[in-house]
Design a protein around this ligand. Structure first.
Ligand code: UT7
Length: 333
């Protein structure tokens, strides 16, 4: 009997229409295009502006795009994993609502929270369900409406984040393609460096938490940068060594899009030229759980069956990791 591996077999994505450029941000806070571009690589980001639309709106769009493009019947989906740091509501799973809205009526669903590593950790979870042999179609969605937790008077965070959603389908593979290896890590030392202080069980919402702006995301950028730049490169190098991969053997790096300088440090350590690095940070900024699937969405047509791909992410918590995947299909028409 051949071993079941878990392969990505379809990709979908969605970003809102409204484009928030560096130029517009420079009219809102004390910043400029030169600073943002040189420090982060970001030129613009998308924002979901319409009132009453949350993360689920974008997640549904990305999932529906995947389903219709690949002619997949939503009733055949076994489970939906929703990676997000900005659920529609604190209680009542966003994934459950998304699954119902897309017609995945035979699926069970839940949310997975690991900040910017949410999608990577979700890939690990999805792969285990497939490898068990019990489930045949697992839909993994990464979506975040970061604009809902960003303080647009704080220049240290408002320039970084954007909104978006991406989705992939995991299915069993009998040719040994798909997920090959992973290194996942976390360290609570990062709890105070990237957080929303209020609204949880420690500091419930109050008039004071609103006055103190504690419902917005706070980041100690320097500290997070220091960890991210070394940890993301460490695990990417390690997963290559462990699988006897040299720079020449890797076709693509799919890195979390938080800062172009962190991505460059990782690709340098892996000995990869720029043209093997998926990059869309200049167009979308940091969309948290959506960065990895939006990279796949943008580059899907360039991927070939058998390509060696390394995924890498770093996020709040701290959480980080890398994953080695053999791509399972040639570009679809
Ligand atoms: O995705 C989850 C994980 N997150 C990350 O990986 C993000 C990691 N951190 C970063 O990417 C970077 O730390 C930032 C992009 C957030 C900041 O870049 P930096 O090079 O670390 O800047 P800094 O915080 O060291 O600030 C340098 C200077 C400061 O001025 P002084 O003190 O040197 O006079 C800041 O006040 O730049 C100033 N500054 C700005 N200037 C213009 C900070 N933000 C801005 C801004 N525009 N938007």
């Amino acid at each position: 009997m051949s071993t079941i591996t878990a392969a990505i077999t379809a990709v979908g994505g969605y970003v809102p229409e409204y484009v928030l450029t560096n130029k517009i941000l420079a009219t809102m806070v004390d910043t400029n295009d030169e600073w943002i571009t040189s420090r982060t690589g970001i030129k613009e980001r998308r924002i979901l502006k319409e009132q009453g639309q949350g993360t689920s709106f974008m997640a549904i769009k990305a999932a529906e795009q995947l389903l219709s493009k690949n002619k997949i019947n939503p009733e055949d989906i076994d489970m939906v994993i929703m990676a997000t740091a900005t659920p529609d509501m604190p209680v009542a799973s966003t994934g459950v609502y998304v699954a119902s809205q897309i017609g995945a009526v035979n699926a069970f669903s839940y949310d997975l929270a690991a900040a910017c590593s949410g999608f990577l950790f979700g890939m690990s979870t999805a792969a285990r369900y497939i490898e068990s042999g019990r489930y045949k179609k697992v839909l993994l969605i990464g979506a975040d409406k970061m604009s809902s937790i960003v303080d647009y008077t704080d220049r240290t965070t408002c320039i970084i984040f954007g909104d978006g959603a991406g989705a992939v389908l995991f299915e069993p593979n009998l040719e040994g393609l798909g997920v090959q290896d992973e290194i996942l890590r976390s360290d609570g030392v990062g709890r105070d460096s990237l957080k929303i202080a209020a609204g949880g069980s420690i500091l419930p919402p109050s008039n004071q938490t609103i006055v103190d702006k504690e419902h917005y995301v706070y980041q100690d950028g320097k500290t997070v940068f220091k960890f991210a730049v070394s940890k993301m490169a460490d695990v990417s190098e390690k997963i290559m060594q462990r699988n006897n991969l040299r720079g020449d053997d890797v076709n693509w790096l799919v890195p979390h899009q938080a800062n172009k300088r962190i991505i460059d440090a990782t690709s340098r350590r892996m000995n990869l030229p720029q043209d093997k690095v998926m990059l869309n940070i200049h167009r979308y900024g940091n969309t948290t759980s959506a960065t990895l699937p939006l990279c796949l969405f943008d580059y899907e047509n360039q991927l070939k069956k058998g390509d060696n791909i390394v995924f890498a992410a770093f996020g709040g918590g701290f959480t980080w990791g890398s994953m080695y995947v053999k791509w399972a299909y040639d570009p679809k028409q």
